[in-house]
Ligand binder design. Structure first.
Ligand SMILES: [Zn+2]
Ligand SMILES: [Zn+2]
Length: 307
């Protein structure tokens, strides 16, 4: 995988505001397009921000209305657009019951194959070049955070070493880089490990969904390239955060600090903090000194490869 690009479709908690739509993140992982949550209005945001509609899979964090009602209209649009490729929806229980109802609302059949699969803590979905893992978090209903983990990449190719071993220049270099052995012009068999450096770690993104600060998220976000953490409230709404099983910005900052995440983006803001989220950012920064920002609708970032 080389391209890993995220687009925030919606960054508001509970209800949309003038500037912020309900939850949704589009992730382009090479040719795959994934959605993480699909709040009402997500399809229009996909048009606005140019993500395209060729979604392969949708991962729902939980089934509060602000995180999944957008799937109803989106599937209608895909059907009218003549989609034929299958689509998979993932989420914690009761994903099967709820999503089945949602996608069939007002229609008898869908014009394309749609599968609904439930994930539990520790479950994961293997895709081309990466996995998406599910971890249990602490919210009012059964809820998951997701961990997108890119596979390890082969180590650097040592050109001089390859030449000194008389590997034929050209396609054999590529074969070694892909993990195949080749026969050098001397007749000797050359293994990839002979010419490649140590393998390089893949990128990791953790998306918290709705949750109180949570040990499972801290563990998953250890040294992560990017932690996307909900940040619904500020310090003076701490009581509300406890009641509703959400996090304050400060708590999100603490999670990031404990995990040692390399970069943090705060999202899922209470409408009180639209359009000025500076208070949230300030409180989170008092806990976490790394690269941190507050998401806005349309924020798009590409995560560089790790070296
Ligand atoms: Zn929510
Ligand atoms: Zn929720």
């Amino acid at each position: 995988m080389s391209l890993l690009r995220l687009t925030f479709l919606g960054t508001s908690a509970a209800q949309p505001t003038i500037h912020r739509n309900l939850s949704g993140i589009a992730v382009k992982a090479d040719t795959d397009l994934l959605l993480f949550d699909c709040g009402e209005g997500s399809q229009r945001q996909m048009i606005r921000f140019g993500t395209g509609f060729s979604v392969d899979a949708v991962f729902f964090s939980h089934f509060h209305a602000d995180h999944y009602l957008g799937i109803i209209g989106f599937i209608r649009t895909l059907g009218m657009g003549g989609r034929s490729e299958p689509l998979v929806l993932y989420g914690p229980p009761p994903a099967k019951r709820l999503l089945r109802q949602a996608v069939l609302l007002g229609v008898d059949t869908l014009p394309f194959q749609l599968d609904i699969l439930e994930l539990q803590h520790g479950g994961s979905v293997r895709r081309n070049g990466y996995t998406v893992g599910a971890i249990q978090v602490d919210h009012r209903v059964s809820a998951l955070a997701y961990v997108l983990q890119e596979d390890e990449r082969p180590g650097r190719f040592n050109l001089e070493k390859a030449r000194s071993l008389f590997v034929r220049e050209g396609p054999d270099f590529g074969r070694l880089q892909r993990g195949e052995s080749v026969v050098a012009s001397t007749g000797q068999t050359i293994q990839p490990a002979d010419v490649l450096g140590p393998s390089r770690p893949g990128r990791r993104i953790v998306i918290s969904g709705d949750t109180r600060p949570c040990a499972t998220v801290i563990a998953a976000a250890r040294d992560a390239d990017l932690l996307i953490h909900e940040s619904t409230f500020s310090d003076d709404e701490q009581e509300r955060a406890l009641e509703t099983r959400h996090s304050t910005a400060r708590e999100a900052g603490r999670v990031a600090k404990e995990a040692g995440a390399r970069r943090v983006i705060l999202t899922h803001l209470s409408s009180r903090h639209d359009p000025d989220p500076s208070k949230l950012l300030k409180e989170a920064r008092e806990e976490y000194s790394g690269q941190i920002e507050v998401a806005y609708d349309g924020l798009t970032i590409e995560l560089p490869l790790r070296d």
